[in-house]
Design a protein around this ligand. Sequence first.
Ligand SMILES: [Cu+2]
Length: 183
Amino acid sequence: MRFTSLEPVSTLRRNLVDQPFRLTSDVLPTGSAGCNGKADLMNRYAWYALAASAVIAIASPSWAATTVKVTEGGEGGGPMTLTLDQTTIKAGETVFAVHNDAMTEDHEMVLVKLKSADQKIPVVASRHRVDEKQLKSIGEVSDLKPGADGQLKAKLAPGAYLLLCNIKGHYEAGMQAGLTVTK
Ligand SMILES: [Cu+2]
């Protein structure tokens, strides 16, 4: 009784294993039939491309940039967010890949180097904006439309940084995040 109950399972498994082989053998003859001179040339180009990308892959670690993904969100009048996929990175070339995840609201991203992690951020209350003149701005991604992506590249020295959106009211609504850069 035990064996008969196992039988359907092993049959099923055999069928599952057989399936890919059957598919491969169906596909292979067609592929090799099309292997004329032109296909051979294309194969050679594919090989050169592969070899070239392998060289790049080997060479890249010395100057590879760190990518920080920044996601911005929130609509007018509501809470707003600015989040980073990592909040501590190594010093060097950095790419900030910024995505505005909002439905209707424009956002921006300003990168600021702080004197220390606990530096007080000057906000002009009447304008509902951070006073950027009092801060050391490294660069920014401005006017990001809803759903749009932007990029900022910067070579970062060790220290404390702040990322913020300085569109009126957005900093106060929560659009800020700290970033620590280590040696
Ligand atoms: Cu914003």
